[in-house]
Design a protein around this ligand. Structure first.
Ligand code: PEP
Ligand code: MN
Length: 290
């Protein structure tokens, strides 16, 4: 907004932003900060490192990566049990069995669980099994699902739609917030552009823009954005340097045999070094790993 830079203008209070509850101007002045099982999200002191599988395939595969990321200082464990696949003929995830495997991994390594809820009918299962309910890019504008997620009483990780504007993302967040759930994490995960060199185009400008316009914490998913593990390190460090509150990355002990998204998954054996490099960039902004 050009008025903000004019001489004599101390503060501009817009009344016409389409997102009401997510806006930093109208409803909140302080950034939203909350804990997930003792891990601080938002607030500028901590950096949240969410890491783990694309898709849960077995207890051994899940425990293997859970141990590796926990040992390297990850804040939370990710893993898909219900997968939103482009084709109905692709592996759809283990479903409820996958949620049980994740719960066992949490019991073993002590990391809170992040997993995607693809349908409102699964609300009870997710309320019981996970610590953070993810709403995926393809469901960002599934408003019924957002309302149900908002009522669960769990933090919601809301990913930006594949072709959604940031204003649409914040209005989607309003659907969760209006249910009285303040604990929303926004996630930039790459958008569709004319460029097909990478899987999606990571919009890093979204991080400082969202920081200006909303009080909600903002994280970045460089794995789905790039589709290429070789780019995940640089993009993760860039996200930390741009002021993100965290990242969510895919890691596996053996990505070469993964049924989904193998090429973008970090090798668990490389994860400790990756985490240390990202943490060093977060430290430059005064943040330590949550
Ligand atoms: C995921 O994180 O597992 C996922 C499917 O991501 P997105 O919704 O961003 O495509
Ligand atoms: Mn994936």
């Amino acid at each position: 907004m050009g008025l903000e830079g004019l001489p004599g203008v101390d503060q501009v209070i817009p009344i016409s932003r389409p997102y009401k509850l997510a806006s930093s101007e109208l409803s909140h002045h302080e950034p939203t900060v909350f804990d997930v099982d003792g891990r601080r999200v938002g607030g500028g002191q901590t950096f949240c490192l969410i890491a783990g599988l694309c898709t849960v395939e077995s207890p051994e595969q899940t425990l293997g990566v859970a141990r590796a990321v926990a040992a390297a200082g990850a804040s939370m464990l990710r893993g898909g049990a219900f997968k939103p696949r482009t084709s109905p003929f692709s592996f759809q995830g283990l479903g409820r069995e996958g949620l049980r495997i994740l719960a066992d991994a949490r019991a073993e390594v002590g990391l809170p669980i992040v997993s995607e809820m693809t349908s409102a009918q699964l609300a009870d299962d997710f309320a019981e099994a996970v610590d953070v309910v993810q709403v995926g890019a393809r469901n960002m504008q599934n408003y019924g699902l957002l309302e149900v997620a908002g009522k669960l009483g769990k933090p919601v990780l809301l990913k930006r739609g594949l072709s959604s504007t940031l204003e649409e993302l914040l209005q989607a967040a309003d659907y969760v917030l209006k249910e009285g759930n303040e604990r929303v994490i926004l996630c930039e995960r790459g958008i569709r552009t004319f460029d097909t060199a990478m899987r999606f185009t990571l919009d890093l400008g979204a991080v400082p823009w969202l920081k200006l316009h909303t009080h909600l914490p903002v994280i970045v998913d460089p794995s789905h954005a790039s589709g290429d593990r070789r780019l995940v390190g640089p993009l993760s460090r860039a996200a930390a340097a741009a002021g993100a509150d965290g990242i969510i990355v895919e890691v596996a002990v053996d990505p070469d045999v993964a049924l989904c998204d193998g090429p973008q998954q970090l090798y668990a054996a490389d994860f400790a070094r990756f985490a240390a490099e990202v943490a060093a960039h977060a430290r430059l902004l005064g943040k330590k790993l949550a």
